[in-house]
Each structure stands twice: as structure tokens, then as C-alpha cells.
Design a protein around this ligand. Sequence first.
Ligand code: PLP
Length: 368
Amino acid sequence: MPKTNETVLEIDLKALEHNFNYFKSKIKSTTKFLGVVKAFAYGNDALKIAKKLEQLNVDYLAVAYTDEGVGLRKSGVQTPILVLHPQPINFDQLVENNLEPSIYSHKILDCFLNAVSTKELSKYPVHLKFNTGLNRLGFTENDVDALIKKINAQERFKITSIFSHLAASEDANEQEFTLSQIEAFTRISSKIEAQLTHTPFKHILNTSGILNYPKAQFDMVRSGIGLYGFGNDIEIDTHLKPVASLKTIISQIHQIKSNNSVGYNRAFTSNKSMATATLPIGHADGIGRQYGNGKAYVLVNGKKAPIIGNVCMDMIMINVTDIPCNEGDEVIIFGKGNSAEEFAATANTISYELVTGISQRVKRVFIN
Ligand SMILES: *Cc1c(COP(=O)(O)O)cnc(C)c1O
């Protein structure tokens, strides 16, 4: 790989394929696979990732909001797309683009029925979302009877699947809770199936669920973070390949004397002669202020260089005193040798937040 000449997010589609195959190997060949591509495919590039997953014969894709799905359709993605968190204002657009809504409340159900009735559609595919303990979105077990009555009284839409979402599938200490969620989901599903004339497919597992609760794979699994190379577990991460690497270069090197300050608010002061390097990446690119002042480090010629002082909007400064380097040298913010997981952990956050936060200003380059 040629070294970079500017700040780029390098996206390795071969790594995506590797991770996809890894998770496929963890489930039965008959279990469907949904790839989660919300939030620009976790900060990568929704279209490129969706197209690659489509090429790999993924069964379903999921986005959070309607607009995200519309974008994929406009670019020719044909795989079924589940919209996890639609709003009524977007229902016309949603059906015009052949997107499939998660129906998570009575209000959403009533509004969607109204939308498909106005358009005189029939048997439009929808997915019923149940809250089994995350307390975020979804119907409860107590809603089932009223819900089925409403559903069976119409033919405008059809329940394609029933699903729920785990609250702590990565946390071994929460196994009992997770199993109780799976049990509740099983109960709800049987209750619904008994009252419908067809059998919807069922799904509850996210990435860590696939790894820790494979018996609960039902008919489909939904993976996001795992596809991008993170398994919420150090051991699992050794089997995965990070899709994204954030790289930049050294714009300028300064030799500073003892008792000089660096950056805004003079947040860093040297206690000896030092070399500092300025990089063209800042909080507007997604490297927030929480990473500054010695928290996170980057890699310069394979050596760790801490971020010093406050992170600026478009720049950070690093300490390169003991690292042989030159202006123009490549710097790895996260990637090989400094995983996004480790980088995120320096500021008490997780890979999900770091990777989805890399702003659209950062140029995406692809390796396949
Ligand atoms: C984001 C999301 C997922 C993906 O979770 P990962 O932990 O990234 O695999 C799955 N299901 C739902 C409902 C989600 O919102």
C-alpha cells in the first residue's frame, strides 16, 4: 500500500469479506445474514460497503433512518433493506423506495397502515419490533393480542419478520439477563405465530450475540461492528480484520525549548527541549477533544506518539521527541498496530463511537 499524502480513511473491502465469512462460519448455512450499514456503514461508506455485501450475497441490509435507505436505492442497491427507526413523515418515501419499516409502536403501526392504504398497496413487507429489556424501541409482550387483532384485520401490510435487540450480548456478567430476553422473544414469537396464517422469520442476535448465543440465531442474525472488524472481545478481534484505517501525515515539525507551550489555551507546557509534529486532522474530522492532552497516541514510523495539548478543529500536535521522523511522513491514527478499539479506550469510549464519528470531510479511499 502506498503511503498517504493527506488525511484519509482507508477502507479495506477484502477485510470486510474476511469478517463476513468469519461470522457466516459461526451460523448455520440456512440462517439468513443481515448486514447493518447505518451511519455510513459505521463511518466507512454506506454505498461501497452495501455493494460489497450485496456481491457477497448478504440476505438483508439495515439502516437506521429512511434517508439512508433511499440513498442506497438511488445508487442501485437491490437487497431488501430494513429501516430500523423510521418516522411517519418519511413513510411515502419509504414505500416508494421499496424499504421495509420496523414497526415498533401502535402510533407507527397506525400511521404506516394509513400510508399503505392511501397508496392502495397490499401485503407490504414490515418487521415487528419487540422490546424484551433494552427499553429503547418496540412493542411489549402485553401488546401482542391487540396488535395481532389490528394486523389480522387488514391486508395492506404483512409481517415479514419479528425481531428484538439484546441489551448486553457482549457482557458475560449479564448472561442471565440476555437469556431472559431470548426467552421472552421466544414466548412472544410463538404467541404471534399461533395467531397468524403465515410464519414470519425471527431474529434477535447482533455481533456479540452471534458469538456468545449462537443457539438463539433463529432465522437471521444482524451484524454491524463485527463486519467492520471488532468483536467486543480481544480474542475475537484476533480473528477479524479492521476495515478502516485512519491515516494522516506530518505537516510540520517544531523544535521547542523547555517551558514553551503548545496549542490553544497553552494546555501543554514542555519541561525540556522537545520535537513536536503538527497533523492535519482535528475534532472536525472526528478526533474529539477527549483524545487530547496525553490521552491517546498515534503511530509515527511504528512508534507511539502522544497527542499533546488541546485538539484543534483541524489539527493536532504530537510529541515526536524520541521518534526519528520527517515532515511528510505517514502517521497512523488508528489501524494496524493501533486499533480503533485501543484508541477509543484511551478516552473511555468504544470503537462504535470513534468509527461512526469520522466526519465526511475525511476522504475515503478503498482497497479491494
Ligand atoms: C445497530 C444495530 C445492530 C448491530 O449491532 P452490532 O453490535 O454493531 O452488531 C443490530 N440490531 C439493531 C436493532 C441495531 O440497532
